[in-house]
Design a protein around this ligand. Structure first.
Ligand SMILES: Cc1cc2nc3c(=O)[nH]c(=O)nc-3n(C[C@H](O)[C@H](O)[C@H](O)COP(=O)(O)O)c2cc1C
Length: 350
């Protein structure tokens, strides 16, 4: 019996966002206390075979927290203590934003999925930038940068740049998020000219390592266009994928018709095939996200080209031991298949 087996039914009685806030508050209270070290001792799998260097950063293990879980960069250290090898904070926007009206986050327990339309609720770049600069985290911290709702698309460059300049000190890598379905018109910025201009502006401002996060709803041709920009600008990597606006017919959860982005199990296959599509077309590192909830799923993304993986929804359904479980499971899978390290397994199925 694990603690989360007891906590989960209680949390699941609460509205999804309220449950998230409660967990967040608890994790925040742990940060900087003796309990942080206790968690780290309990949940961290230390093994050099899990360690990997990607876009100039050393990752102790390949399992990270995806953007959106710690939007305001309040708990990266506690998330690291849960055994994650990196934490991506944000989405951060230039201006503080309240996001969409609640409810805006829904569980689909039958599908092990979530639908959210948070709409980039966050404290804004000034506050988050200061918070990040004051945080000493043992694992790489990426900063996911979104566009302020008030900034028209043709002024997106300045908006992204403002945020980058505020968060640059505390970030180990930077992600241009042009793929959230919850800011009107945002995904149009994945279109080639716009993407080139935004990413180029950030590169000129000194953003490095710089990655772009793509939507699973892009057509193959649109993905290829985005990848052409990645290659032209010599970007540092691609994150595949964000949440999906598709609603597979298999969904059983009552909330299936809610507007927003779908995450979790139902997007796992699609996300993995997008990882593969990207890895086949660029030699830049790929960060694989979407539906990862166990070692087999993480391994599948790695074999299909992901250098590291991230997860959000899996943490909600599996609980705080998820990074430890995936990391120890990965070690078994590597051993089974005769690989000396995770790095050796990246892209072997391509
Ligand atoms: C409630 C919620 C908020 C999210 N917020 C962001 C965000 O601000 N920026 C972003 O790039 N992705 C965001 N995501 C997407 C995740 O980072 C991830 O790409 C997606 O959920 C797929 O992974 P998963 O199936 O492991 O959850 C959010 C996801 C959820 C569920």
């Amino acid at each position: 019996m694990r603690l989360y087996d007891l906590a989960k039914p209680i949390l699941f009685q609460l509205d999804a966002e309220t449950a998230h806030r409660s967990v967040h508050t608890l994790l925040d209270a742990i940060e900087g206390t003796a309990a942080e070290q206790l968690l780290a001792d309990h949940y961290t799998v230390v093994d050099s075979r899990l360690s990997t260097e990607v876009f100039g950063q050393r990752f102790n293990n390949p399992v990270g927290v995806a953007a959106g879980f710690d939007k305001n960069a309040e708990i990266p250290r506690t998330l690291a203590a849960l055994g994650f090898g990196h934490v991506e904070v944000g989405g951060v926007t230039a201006e503080p934003q309240a996001g969409n009206p609640r409810p805006r986050m829904f569980r689909l327990p039958e599908d092990r999925a979530l639908i959210n339309r948070m709409g980039f609720n966050n404290d804004g770049a000034d506050i988050i930038g200061e918070r990040l600069a004051d945080t000493d985290c043992k694992v790489p911290v990426g900063v996911n940068i979104g566009k302020s709702k008030s900034a028209p698309n043709d002024e997106a460059e300045a908006d992204y740049r403002y945020t980058f300049e505020r968060v640059r000190e505390g970030g180990d890598y930077f992600v241009v998020n042009v793929s959230s379905p919850n800011t009107p018109g945002l995904r149009e910025l994945q279109q080639r000219d716009r993407l080139e201009s935004i990413l180029g502006t950030l590169q000129d401002a000194g953003a490095s390592p710089l990655l772009v996060k793509l939507s699973p709803n892009l057509t193959d041709a649109a993905t290829e266009d985005a990848l052409a920009v990645v290659d032209d600008l010599n970007l540092d990597g691609v994150i595949a994928t964000n949440t999906s606006t598709d609603r597979p017919a298999s969904l059983r959860g009552e909330a299936a018709a809610e507007e927003g982005g779908l995450s979790g199990k139902p997007i796992e296959e699609k996300a993995t095939s997008m990882v593969r599509f990207v890895a086949e077309r660029t030699d830049k590192p790929v960060v694989g996200v979407g539906g990862v909830s166990d070692a087999e799923g993480a391994y599948e993304k790695i074999r299909n080209g992901a250098s590291v993986v991230q997860l959000y929804t899996g943490l909600v359904y599996e609980g705080p031991a998820i990074a430890r479980d995936i990391n120890s499971g990965l070690l078994e899978l590597l051993e089974r298949d005769g690989f000396d390290s995770v790095e050796d397994a990246v892209g072997v199925d391509l």
